[in-house]
Design a protein around this ligand. Sequence first.
Ligand code: ADP
Ligand code: MG
Length: 265
Amino acid sequence: MAKIIVVTSGKGGVGKTTTSAAFATGLALRGHQTVVIDFDVGLRNLDLVMGCERRVVYDFVNVINGEGNLNQALIKDKRVESLFILPASQTRDKEALSMKGVARVLEALKKRFEYIICDSPAGIEHGAIMAMYFSDEALIVTNPEVSSVRDSDRIIGMLSSKTRRAVQNMSPVKEHLLITRYIPKRVNSGEMLSVDDVKEILAIPLLGVIPESQSVLQASNAGVPVTLDKNSDAGQSYLDVVARFLGEEPPSREKKGFFTRLFGN
Ligand SMILES: Nc1ncnc2c1ncn2[C@@H]1O[C@H](COP(=O)(O)OP(=O)(O)O)[C@@H](O)[C@H]1O
Ligand SMILES: [Mg+2]
């Protein structure tokens, strides 16, 4: 059964697009047929992070409006087999993603892919609701600071009230906490919330912690998902997140350093 996973947060700039690209790439690296969809209508960020911006001809909104078909709009990744991108539209019409249209596209994708990753726009309005509405699971991307945690809390409330699963009284969207841009030094000095603080406030299961890393900006400037950079600590952490998502034990590298305190042995 295909799984729809939304990457959401409420707040902007916390790492949703970075996570969507890295997570989708990680799943595809493990051999899973994966597509990542940019729901951020008007901004088009994911195609840059994935390095396929020059190949965009048709986009998500074109497919919804019947101006192009799904095969025309899907971009196959150059590097990773079984990874595809459905880019966002540049249109300024934020309502371009109709509920019916999104449902139709997702149904078609479900026939072809195992994992459908939905990169949500910031905020709690139409675009963010469309990105989460049909989800089975959610990665809630949170930075260890009060404003981000507060917005994540709001998003958790919406996941349990504004999604198809909630509306149709199905089992709830499965939630995963992903703490990103984590700087252990700033936690120790009290400038940042600790992993335990964030876990306690949000009270959802922790899937992983991604450190703040220079390599993320470098990767995104180069149009390479950070999970493809073998020398990147953030990239390696994202691979661990994928492994854990797939039900595997945390790899041994997490037993060292600050991860010991997060996950124990
Ligand atoms: N782990 C990280 N370390 C350093 N910079 C990061 C990290 N994650 C994201 N960033 C940077 O933060 C900015 C916002 O990230 P992005 O993924 O676009 O967030 P969002 O999609 O939530 O708006 C980008 O400049 C990105 O490179
Ligand atoms: Mg984004």
